[in-house]
Design a protein around this ligand. Structure first.
Ligand SMILES: Cc1cc2nc3c(=O)[nH]c(=O)nc-3n(C[C@H](O)[C@H](O)[C@H](O)COP(=O)(O)OP(=O)(O)OC[C@H]3O[C@@H](n4cnc5c(N)ncnc54)[C@H](O)[C@@H]3O)c2cc1C
Length: 481
């Protein structure tokens, strides 16, 4: 027996997923020993890292919040500090904070079938140490915290102003009275533009291509009524289902009747902007809604900023940076004191952990998902991944509960090892239904899904709920002692 510290379950990451996993482990697997290792010096993941002005959710908080801790703040679309505060309070209240080991970065995980355990290598305070666990649960998010996507902007080195990436927003950046160009048209750019305008900047959103954008009310009147007439948990559940069905309805309509959705979004934008020309020029993508993520703006704040002239949108491509700004392929030049590169994340799966199974490297790009939670041929390992077309937490919580169900089955039957086994010759398919740049750039590192259950990564909460909470955990799974 080695003298390394051993835990039954090791969770990697103390963001929204890891905190939710902690709650489910505590309540559904009370006999197991477990801890959460977190690379950073604070919990909260995404909601602690991103500090740019206006950072907020773009899905509603009734579904982004945990089902066991209903979101009660009046804002249905909430800003980052409120979400971080909610995560901290939830972790404290449910006894999860004390299980989190901050500043512990997992760099390698090696499975040994002989010992039926993972040996995990961790960097902490400048040194490396190892511990073992029976089950490894990766709640490490989906993107690189250190390196965002670098679009290789031409001539950037000649620019004499300040260049800022939203992932590393400087605390002391004052944009008031300065010319700011935000490059990008995704969720981050559409959040930043009205916030920078509010902060007194003369702001221009420079986009290569438009994005579909929907305006949603910041506050949810129906939820407010439900909270008045129903007790806390019941109100939370009712509001969650209302929003689950609403979001699924929009997604299904977009997929089945894209022309209807295009028309609805265009009309909504035209009403907010007071101009059909602006919609035609800057808010009409060539792709259909939900081919890429649909962006949400609360109370139409981006449209309002553009309509009032406090913000501008330019659709063009960059020829080169110049000392005072950006020259575009149209010949136009944009003056800038500050350029914000809202050009996207770099996908990083499995926390960048180098993984081996009995000495053989298992890169994520070679793997096939099982129920979107485990991988074929990889024992005692699960990953927590949310939805791309609905709130992350909806799926993350199902994954957490599925893992606890599997652990319960293993405990009852004294199994030490559970390994999904894919059928011979199963056809592989791409994992995600999005044509977005960040997904396409990561294609080689993404696992694949199979051609039928339980090898599918569905983007459908109602089907997943039945599957993850009720399915036979022995299906396509081999167990061993
Ligand atoms: C700006 C922004 C806004 C978003 N808004 C929404 C939204 O409105 N709705 C929605 O559904 N989704 C949204 N998302 C997606 C969002 O990331 C998820 O909602 C959710 O926060 C993911 O939680 P997570 O815990 O899985 O991952 P993260 O929040 O990324 O947390 C992962 C944690 O794991 C840690 N970690 C990673 N690797 C290791 C390692 N090797 N060792 C130890 N620790 C490690 C990280 O340090 C981090 O703390 C948004 C993302 C961004 C960037």
């Amino acid at each position: 027996m080695s003298d390394l510290e051993h835990l039954d379950v090791l969770v990697v990451g103390a963001g929204l997923s890891g905190i939710g996993a902690g709650y489910r482990l505590r309540t559904m697997s009370p006999t197991r020993t477990w801890a959460i290792l977190e690379a950073r010096d604070s919990l909260g993941g995404t909601w602690d890292l991103f500090r740019y002005p206006g950072v907020r959710s773009d899905s509603d908080m009734m579904t982004l919040g945990f089902p066991f801790e209903p979101w009660t703040d009046p804002d249905a679309i909430a800003d980052g500090p409120k979400i971080l505060d909610y995560l901290r309070r939830t972790a404290d209240k449910h006894g999860i904070t004390e299980r989190i080991r901050l500043g512990h970065k997992v760099v390698a995980a090696d499975w040994s079938s002989d010992e039926a355990l993972w040996t995990v290598t961790v960097e902490h305070a400048g040194t490396r140490r190892q511990l073992t666990c029976s089950f490894l649960y990766l709640c490490s998010g989906y993107y690189d915290y250190e390196r965002p996507h670098d679009p290789q902007l031409p001539g950037l080195e000649t620019f004499e102003g300040q260049v800022v990436h939203p992932q590393f927003w400087p605390d002391d950046l004052d944009v008031s009275g300065r010319k700011v160009v935000v490059i990008g048209s995704g969720a981050t750019a559409v959040t930043l533009v009205p916030s920078l305008a509010d902060a007194g900047a003369d702001v221009t959103m420079l986009q290569r291509t438009p994005t579909w954008i929907a305006s949603l009310p910041r506050q949810d009147r129906v939820r407010d009524v439900l909270q008045k007439v129903l007790p806390g948990r019941a109100a939370g559940t009712a509001a969650r289902y209302k929003n689950v069905l609403g979001t699924m309805g929009v997604y299904e309509l977009s997929r089945r009747r894209p022309a209807v959705m295009r028309s609805m979004l265009s009309k909504g934008a035209a009403k907010s902007l007071g101009s059909t020309d602006l919609v035609a020029d800057h808010f009409t993508p060539t792709y259909d809604p939900w081919d890429q993520r649909l962006c949400v703006v609360p109370d139409g704040d981006l449209f309002e900023a553009v309509r009032s002239g406090r913000a501008h949108v330019v659709t063009d491509t960059i020829e080169t940076f110049v000392p005072h700004g950006i020259r575009l392929h149209s010949g136009r030049e944009l003056d800038a004191d500050v350029v914000v590169t809202a050009t996207g994340l770099r996908i990083k799966l499995a926390g960048g952990i180098a993984m081996t199974v009995d000495g053989q490297a298992r890169p994520t790009g070679d793997l096939t998902v099982y129920r979107g939670v485990m991988f074929a041929g990889v024992p005692n390992l699960a990953v927590c991944v949310g939805y791309v077309n609905a709130s992350w937490t909806l799926r993350a919580d199902l994954a957490n509960r599925y893992v606890c169900r599997l652990l319960g089955h293993m405990e009852q039957n004294a199994w030490r090892v559970a390994t999904p086994h894919a059928p011979e010759g199963m056809e592989g398919r791409p994992l995600l239904p999005l044509a977005s740049g960040y997904v396409q750039r990561a294609a080689a590192d993404l696992p694949q899904q199979g051609d039928g259950a339980p090898w599918l990564m569905r983007q459908n909460y109602l089907l997943d709920r039945r599957d993850m909470l009720r399915s036979d955990v022995t299906e396509a799974m081999s167990f061993g002692r």
